[in-house]
Design a protein around this ligand. Structure first.
Ligand SMILES: Nc1ncnc2c1ncn2[C@@H]1O[C@H](COP(=O)(O)OP(=O)(O)OP(=O)(O)O)[C@@H](O)[C@H]1O
Ligand SMILES: [Mg+2]
Length: 392
């Protein structure tokens, strides 16, 4: 073993490391997404299409012939039809219309949050957004984390393709008041993105500075107000936040109608989640004193994430505490720790991006079914919110 000390590192060396890392990342992305380094949305076969519209293959084939929905295409040399993601969305819009946003209702905004790092917030946000878009909803993803993992998952390179002015930074600094300027389409149809990059972090200084200059400025409402013009354009807005109680995370929470909180079944995560609530309460109470009204979430869903196989006894105990403490707020779906998800992540993608044929069928199905059940549960919350708003 080499026990030689590695020596000090000054700024010049760290700059070199940073440049090498950026270059390596560009190369990795170029290789993974070659030949043209642009991500493409997947195509779907008849049974996958049938899954999303609740039909067997015979019924899919019947409707494909009727001509009201895209009939699919036959790839060269194959006898099995495929549909593009955009075509699949036309099917789900037609056959799942009862779940779609009523025309007189705004988008439901969902923030994925937890102060704990690495619990699967970004992965959860990306799967939720893609799963909802495959169900026929028009979705906007908002990356409020300067780490910009969500932006990377959407096939963009922060710092290369995305500069500070493309992020929410101008909104938080007050140069813009409507977040529409930052919206861009992604490779995935009906899934748009407000991207992030490292320098979005400047907002952590700009927001308090603005409040100091102008005591009437409500720092916690910048994103909420900025998203208002977009709430009639999208059906669902999904916000990914950073693992800290930052000014931007408070903005994400205050802009949200519903919360999705991924949590891992470990003692440390359980303890950290308890702190999430007490810190949130401190802030929300002081803000409601200032605002004069109380922030209410239409739903708060805890989702057990990266759950290790059931025989891991330590995990089983924590899972049952979580279910006791957060009774009624824990989704019945548990998302397993899955090599398929890790591998999809290594390719900067999700389970929906992954060509099924490249993965062992059982392993793929376990992860795919879990995310699908999770998206179904959150979709039913969203549909419930529209119903409540209509009835109000
Ligand atoms: N169900 C899963 N199975 C296996 N790996 C997963 C799963 N969910 C997430 N991961 C992996 O765990 C790591 C952390 O996930 P992710 O980036 O989504 O967490 P996060 O909460 O957003 O992190 P951060 O707090 O840094 O923003 C990633 O490498 C991701 O690919
Ligand atoms: Mg993240």
């Amino acid at each position: 073993m080499n026990l030689t000390p590695h020596g000090p590192a000054g700024l010049a060396e760290i700059e070199q490391i940073s440049q090498r890392a950026e270059l390596a990342l560009e190369k990795i992305r170029g290789t993974l997404l070659s030949p043209d380094a642009v991500k493409k949305a997947p195509v779907w076969n008849a049974s996958q299409l049938g899954h999303f519209v609740g039909m067997d293959r015979a019924k899919v084939s019947y409707h494909a012939k009727k001509g009201q929905v895209p009939e699919g295409t036959l790839p060269e040399g194959s006898s099995r039809k495929i549909w593009s993601t955009a075509e699949l969305q036309q099917w789900t819009r037609k056959f799942r219309s009862e779940n779609l946003r009523p025309s007189d209702q705004p988008a439901v905004t969902v923030a994925v949050a937890n102060f704990k790092g690495g619990v699967s917030k970004t992965t959860t946000a990306a799967h939720l957004a893609q799963g909802l878009s495959l169900r026929g909803h028009k979705v906007l993803l908002v990356d409020v984390d300067p780490q910009a993992s969500l932006t990377t998952l959407c096939g963009l390179l922060p710092g290369v393709e995305i500069d500070e002015e493309h992020t929410l930074s101008p909104l938080f600094s007050g140069e813009q008041s409507d977040a529409s300027y930052a919206v861009r389409p992604t490779y995935w149809p009906d899934l748009d993105l407000i991207p992030a990059m490292t320098r979005l972090y400047a907002a952590e200084f700009k927001l308090p500075a603005r409040q100091k200059d102008d005591p009437s400025f409500e720092f916690w409402r910048a994103l909420d107000l900025g998203l208002d013009p977009l709430r009639d354009v999208y059906d669902v807005i999904v916000i990914d936040s950073s693992p800290s109680l930052s000014y931007m995370t408070i903005n994400a929470l205050m802009a949200a109608d519903g919360l999705v909180i991924p949590v891992q079944a470990s003692n440390l995560d359980f303890a950290s989640l308890s702190q999430f609530w007490s810190l949130y309460l401190d802030i929300a109470r002081s803000l409601s004193d200032l605002r004069g009204d109380e922030k209410r979430f239409e739903f708060v869903d805890i989702v057990l994430s990266r759950v290790k196989p059931k025989n891991a006894t330590a995990g089983a105990a924590v899972r049952s505490w979580i279910r006791d403490v957060y009774a009624g707020r824990v989704l019945s779906t548990e998302v397993p720790e899955s090599e398929t998800v890790t591998n999809a992540g290594l390719g900067f993608g999700t389970i929906y991006d992954l060509p099924k044929s490249q993965v062992d069928a059982d392993t793929y199905a376990r992860a795919f079914d879990a995310y699908e059940a999770f998206v179904d549960e959150v979709e039913s919350e969203i549909v419930g919110v529209w119903n409540n708003w209509r009835a109000a």
